[in-house]
Design a binder for this molecule. Structure first.
Ligand SMILES: [Zn+2]
Length: 185
C-alpha cells in the first residue's frame, strides 16, 4: 500500500534559546576498574618491609635507590585473575622497573630463580633467590626464612667431617691388616 509522503504543514519555529539555570556539576568519578586486580596497600607495604630492595638486582645494582614496583610471581594472565592467592604477600616480590621488564623477557631464568612461579604451584613452597645469593622461602605473614643456604653449610661440614673420619678409619684398618699380614710371616 502506498502512503503519501509526510509533509510539514507548519513552518519551523525557532524556540527560545536554552538557558542553563544550574551551574555545571562535576559528575562523580566512575571507577574504571570494576575490581581490584593488584595487591592491597597493606600487602605492598609488607612486601617492601620484607624485601627492602629489588629482589632481582640484575640491572639496578648501579642505581642507588631504584623505584620498586610489586611483581606478581604468578602471572595473572589476560584480564587478571580471580584467584586471591596471586595477591598474597608470598606471591609478591618488590623489583625495580628495569628488572621487572627483564623478568617478562626471561621467563625461564625467572622460574629457575623463583622470581616467577608457574600457575598451580604454591609460591610459599618455591624458594626465591635474593641478591645476597641465598634462596629464601616467603611466608604468608610477610616474613622469609632461608630455604637451604644455612642448612647446606652445616650439612657440608658434617659430610667433610664424616669423610675425614672414614679416611682415618680405613687407614687404621689397612694398617691393622698390613701389620697382621707382616706378623703372620
Ligand atoms: Zn632491579
Amino acid at each position: 500500500m502506498r502512503r503519501a509522503a509526510l509533509t510539514r504543514r507548519t513552518a519551523l519555529r525557532a524556540g527560545s534559546a536554552m538557558v542553563r539555570r544550574t551551574g555545571l556539576r562535576r559528575a562523580p568519578a566512575v571507577r574504571s576498574r570494576p575490581r581490584q586486580t593488584g595487591p592491597s596497600q597493606d600487602t605492598k607495604l609488607a612486601a617492601i618491609a620484607r624485601d627492602g630492595q629489588c629482589v632481582v638486582g640484575l640491572l639496578c645494582h648501579d642505581h642507588p635507590a631504584p623505584e620498586l614496583v610489586p611483581n606478581h610471581r604468578v602471572n595473572r594472565g589476560m584480564g587478571g585473575s580471580s584467584d586471591p592467592a596471586v595477591n598474597q604477600v608470598e606471591s609478591i616480590i618488590m623489583v625495580c622497573r628495569l628488572d621487572n621488564g627483564w623478568l617478562e623477557d626471561h621467563p625461564e631464568r625467572a622460574y629457575a630463580a623463583g622470581w616467577k612461579v608457574r600457575r598451580g604451584v604454591d609460591p610459599g613452597r618455591v624458594p626465591v633467590r635474593y641478591p645476597d645469593g641465598f634462596r629464601w622461602l616467603l611466608d604468608g605473614r610477610g616474613g622469609r626464612s632461608l630455604a637451604d643456604g644455612g642448612s647446606s653449610v652445616v650439612e657440608m661440614a658434617l659430610l667433610v667431617a664424616f669423610a675425614a673420619a672414614l679416611t682415618l678409619a680405613v687407614g687404621g684398618l689397612l694398617d691393622l691388616v698390613l701389620s697382621a699380614a707382616t706378623a703372620g710371616r
